[in-house]
Design a protein around this ligand. Structure first.
Ligand SMILES: [Zn+2]
Length: 447
C-alpha cells in the first residue's frame, strides 16, 4: 500500500474504532447481533466497510455469520473465532430462522410456485437459512443456490446444541473428514457404538464419540433415538448456528486443512497454506556483519532453509524468495508474496545497532489489520526461547512489509553487532530453536 493510502486507511481505522467501541456500550452491542447468510457463490470479507479495504477472507453461499453492525450498505460480521470483517450487504441476507429439510429431493424453485423453474434439490436433514416467506413458500439459502421451497417440507431446527444421540447399526462404519465418500477416513465405528450427532447433511451425520473421534458417517447406518445426548451443552440456537457456520466455512477449505482442523492431529495443520519465506539480503547485499565476520545474508538463508523444512512438515507450501547467495530486489520479494498468494510472508533478518549491548529478537509488522495478528502470534513462542531475550512486537516501516498486500512480518533474530548474540545466532542449536519457535507461531496463527 502506498503511504497516502495507508494514511487514509489509518484515518478510517480510527473512525471505525470510534464507531465500534462507543464508551461502555460494547456489551449492549453484542446482544443485538443477528445472523446473516451469504447469498452469492463467494464473496470477500474486508477489513472495513468498502471495496478499498483489504480482503481478509472469502465466505461462501449458505454460510451464516453473526452480524454485529450495519453501515452504508456493509455488514460487520464475526467470521471466524471472534474476528471481525465487513461484507457487502447485497451479498447477504438476514436469517429469519434456520430450518431443516424433512424429505429427500425437495425441489428448490426459482419462484414461489409449483410451476416455478427447478434450480436444485435439498435432502432430508439439510439445514437451510430461511430469508423470506410468502404464503406456503419459504425462500431459503442452501450451499448451492437461493430459491423457494414448499414450507410444509421444512421443520424447525431443534433447540440448538440439542445434540441427538444414535447407535451404529452395522459391523463397521467409516468415519470421514467430510460428508462424502471421497473424504479421508479417520476412524471406524462398530455395531452398537454410541455417537452424538452434531449435524446432518445430505444423508450424512456429523458425529462425535466419547473417545473424542469427530467426523462424518453415513446417516443410514446410525439409528437415532431422539434423546438429547448426555452432557450436551444447552447452548442457544444462535451459538448452534455459529457452529454450523464455522463448519460450513471449514468444509470449503482445502481438504487437508479441513481434515486436520477436525482431528486436531499435530501434523499437517498448515495444509493448504502458502508461506513465503524471505531470507534477507543476498548477493552483493551482505546485510549486517558481526565482528567475527558472520554475514547476515549467510545466516538468513540458513534460517530460511531450516524453517522451510519445518513448515513443510506441518503441511504448508513454502516458497523461498531466494535459494542461493543471490541478490533479489525488495520489489521482487514482495512480488513473490503476491504471485503465490501467500497466506503469510515472513522476512528473516539479523539485527545491528550502534550500541554493542543491544540484544535479542524483535518482530516487526506494518499493517495494523493485516499483519498484527501474525506478529502477535510470535509473542508466546519467542518469549519462551531461552537463548536470546525477546524484545517484543513493534511497528516497522520496512519496504517488504509496507508494499506487501499479504499478511507479513519481519523478524530480527538477534544482533550481529552484539558479540554474544552473534555467536549464539550462528549455532545449530539456536537455528533449531528459533525455527521451531517460528513454526510454532505460524501454526498458532492459522489455528
Ligand atoms: Zn537485514
Amino acid at each position: 500500500m502506498k503511504r497516502g493510502g495507508w494514511l487514509a486507511a489509518w484515518f478510517c481505522l480510527c473512525w471505525i474504532a470510534a464507531l465500534a467501541w462507543p464508551t461502555g456500550a460494547e456489551g449492549e452491542k453484542e446482544k443485538t447481533e443477528r445472523f446473516v447468510v451469504v447469498t452469492t457463490d463467494e464473496v470477500n470479507v474486508r477489513q472495513g466497510p468498502g471495496v478499498p479495504y483489504r480482503s481478509v477472507a472469502i465466505v461462501h453461499r449458505g454460510e451464516t455469520y453473526a452480524s454485529v453492525a450495519e453501515e452504508g450498505g456493509w455488514m460487520k460480521i464475526r467470521w471466524k473465532s471472534g474476528q471481525i470483517g465487513w461484507l457487502a450487504a447485497t451479498y447477504a441476507a438476514p436469517v429469519e430462522r434456520m430450518e431443516k429439510v424433512t424429505v429427500d429431493k425437495l425441489r428448490l424453485r426459482q419462484q414461489p410456485r409449483f410451476d416455478g423453474r427447478v434450480i436444485g434439490y435439498l435432502w432430508q436433514g439439510d439445514q437451510v437459512a430461511v430469508i423470506q416467506e410468502e404464503g406456503k413458500w419459504k425462500k431459503v439459502v442452501s450451499d448451492d443456490a437461493v430459491g423457494w421451497v414448499a414450507a410444509s417440507y421444512l421443520t424447525a431446527v431443534e433447540a440448538a446444541g440439542a445434540a441427538q444421540t444414535g447407535v451404529v447399526t452395522v459391523d463397521s462404519l467409516n468415519v470421514r473428514t467430510a460428508p462424502t465418500l471421497e473424504a479421508e477416513r479417520i476412524g471406524r465405528l462398530g455395531q452398537g457404538d454410541g455417537v452424538e450427532i452434531v449435524a446432518a447433511k445430505r444423508g450424512w451425520y456429523q458425529i462425535k464419540t466419547r473417545s473424542g473421534l469427530e467426523g462424518w458417517a453415513v446417516a443410514e447406518y446410525i439409528k437415532t433415538d431422539g434423546k438429547q445426548a448426555p452432557g450436551a451443552d444447552n447452548e442457544d440456537a444462535a451459538s448452534a448456528m455459529a457452529v454450523e457456520a464455522r463448519f460450513a466455512s471449514l468444509s470449503k477449505q482445502a481438504p487437508g486443512s479441513y481434515m486436520y482442523s477436525w482431528t486436531r492431529a499435530p501434523i499437517q495443520v498448515l495444509a493448504g497454506k502458502t508461506i513465503v519465506l524471505d531470507a534477507g539480503h543476498g548477493g552483493k547485499d551482505g546485510g549486517a556483519q558481526s565482528a567475527d565476520g558472520i554475514m547476515e545474508k549467510a545466516l538468513t538463508i540458513k534460517t530460511a532453509e531450516r524453517l522451510k523444512q519445518k513448515l513443510e512438515k506441518l503441511g504448508a507450501r513454502v516458497v523461498l524468495t531466494r535459494t542461493g547467495d543471490d541478490y533479489v530486489p525488495l520489489s521482487a520479494r514482495v512480488a513473490a508474496a503476491r504471485l503465490y498468494q501467500a497466506d503469510a510472508f515472513i522476512s528473516l533478518h539479523y539485527d545491528s545497532a550502534e550500541d554493542p549491548a543491544a540484544s535479542g529478537i524483535t518482530v516487526y509488522y506494518y499493517d495494523r489489520f493485516a499483519d498484527y495478528g501474525l506478529a502477535q502470534s510470535f509473542q508466546g513462542p519467542f518469549s519462551q526461547l531461552a537463548a536470546l531475550p525477546f524484545r517484543g512486537v513493534a511497528f516497522g516501516d520496512y519496504y517488504v512489509l509496507r508494499e506487501n498486500e499479504q499478511p507479513s512480518v519481519l523478524l530480527e533474530l538477534g544482533y550481529l553487532s552484539n558479540r554474544s548474540d552473534a555467536a549464539t545466532a550462528a549455532t545449530d542449536g539456536y537455528q533449531e530453536a528459533v525455527t521451531t519457535a517460528i513454526a510454532a507461531a505460524v501454526k498458532q496463527y492459522f489455528e
